[in-house]
Write a protein that binds this ligand. Sequence first.
Ligand SMILES: C[S@@+](CC[C@H](N)C(=O)[O-])C[C@H]1O[C@@H](n2cnc3c(N)ncnc32)[C@H](O)[C@@H]1O
Length: 212
Amino acid sequence: MTTQTAHESAPFWDRLARRYARQKIGNLPAYEKTLAQTRAYLKPTDNVLELGAGTSSTAVLLAPDVARYTASDISSEMVLIGQEKLAQSGLENLRIVQGALGDTALGDGPFDAILAFNLLHLVPDAPSDISRAFAMLKPGGMFISKTVCLTGRYALLRPVIGALHLMGKAPSVAYLSPQSVARMMTDAGFQIVEANNPSGAQTGHFIAARKP
Ligand SMILES: C[S@@+](CC[C@H](N)C(=O)[O-])C[C@H]1O[C@@H](n2cnc3c(N)ncnc32)[C@H](O)[C@@H]1O
């Protein structure tokens, strides 16, 4: 058995980055709902860390709501596109860095909120990342995530994704369920504050969890 490291999939995301940046948001109402749900937990004084921020489109939208915002991603190409957006935005409280949890580039925190959108199904060891996030949050801090859960009828997609992964056309995906994500949160010590599917589908499961 091989142990995957957080950075192993970076070349895949590097190759995808420019195409990812050009793609339109698949379900705009669900995306806007997630933004509103997330904003409800953010305060103007907050120090926020986003993990797997991709091209930092969400970071550029949320940074004006908080004091300091660090957007991070393992892909240097995603980070480069984010930095291009940052230069155009004029935002002074947004920092975009390359890295994963455990890397010094992300800073030590403590953070008021850590965000992970469409990420937890892609990391090699989600329970370990969730525990690291817990350690980097202030007491009362929020871990806010939206996770692709290929359960129910979406489980039919698993063989297709597996085949695409073997061809190098899809990342390695962990098949999580809303329940398994919630369990990982509570196992790490979080209290679940809110859990639902803004898209009405299991594929985008939103969880807001608080560090007691
Ligand atoms: C599906 S994209 C999501 C991007 C963005 N959060 C969004 O919702 O549009 C996943 C992103 O996570 C990054 N990524 C993958 N594994 C990671 C890891 N272990 N730590 C940090 N980022 C990771 C990829 O480079 C990619 O930009």
